[in-house]
Ligand binder design. Sequence first.
Ligand SMILES: Nc1ncnc2c1ncn2[C@@H]1O[C@H](COP(=O)(O)OP(=O)(O)O)[C@@H](O)[C@H]1O
Ligand SMILES: [Mg+2]
Length: 363
Amino acid sequence: MTTAPTTGTGRPQERPDPVPPVLELRDLTRHFGAAGRAVRAADGVTLTVGRGEVLGLVGESGSGKSTVGRCAVRLDEPTSGSVLINGTDVTRLSRRALRPLRRHFNLVFQDPSASLDPRMTVGRIVTEPLRLHGMLRSTAARERAVELLSQVGLRPEYADRHPHQLSGGQRQRVSIARALSAEPDLLVADEPTSALDVSVQASVLNLLADLQRDRGFGCLFITHDLAAVEYLADRIAVMYLGQIVEQAPVAELFAAPKHPYTQALLSAAPLPDPSAQRTRRRIVLTGELPSPLAPPPGCRFHTRCPLATDRCRTEVPRLRPLPGVGREVACHLVADDGTAPDAAAPRGAEEAGDPAEREGTAG
Ligand SMILES: Nc1ncnc2c1ncn2[C@@H]1O[C@H](COP(=O)(O)OP(=O)(O)O)[C@@H](O)[C@H]1O
Ligand SMILES: [Mg+2]
């Protein structure tokens, strides 16, 4: 009698082999500029992307998403904290030591024009990672290029073209083909569709979803498009001013957002059902995102939170687990059993039709 996991044959495994996540960030911090007056772009970000899992990283512009993504693929050096790829700590590896590990991860940028070498042919661009990692025989280069292009929906003749001869959507297909050519375990996709025409965004997103399903790579999918994240991601991490404020599986987060910031973000996203769109209460956040040069004390969201209390203004809320698999929140107002207040109905203003009540809470 054993509780050990069984293999496909029903035979208990001798020793369960724990598979490390493809990406693990531990307390990742990235400050820009001199200590004391640094831009605190990322401040203690801890997250994992499991094998074959898509983690959506959302939050408004300036919240630190790209900084996290760049540190995750070692395009940037964290100020402190660590980055593990497939269980290996790559935070302090030299470029040389990192080189053989590079094939395990890659990045797709927001703007494909800026990330593709204009002098190279498309065929050369998509096979470059294979060349870099000694995975290509020169006689097979053309064949591989054509194959890679067909996987992203581009005909063979595109192999001989240059990036400037392509449309934005085609260029992004090329950067996706390049990023996936060495079959990485992890893809970081930073707003991969937001620089594209609205008319082609969906097709590039569909392509990414199809490739992810077929190949099963893990993905850190950075976006401010909640519909895209709902479609593509398994889990979501919500960032505010350099920190993660909530994490949850996609369905749970959309069904019952706990953090007032998450509630506000979701309330601002368009709903597919027009009648639901008309009746739902929108939470309008007042004020701008505060400067990451001087984040507010206590909860960083307190300056814009309709529910903030004195405790929120002084005490930093830690990201803590809630009941339910993979649910975490950093908010003093969420109870340990997961009960969360509704930011659309601040205390004392439960019903919009009761002016006396509302006046009672003013100021
Ligand atoms: N190289 C840099 N030098 C100084 N500040 C930076 C740098 N990169 C990003 N920042 C700042 O860090 C914050 C987070 O930026 P970013 O990670 O690009 O956010 P997001 O991708 O969520 O829009 C912003 O305030 C941005 O201005
Ligand atoms: Mg960004």
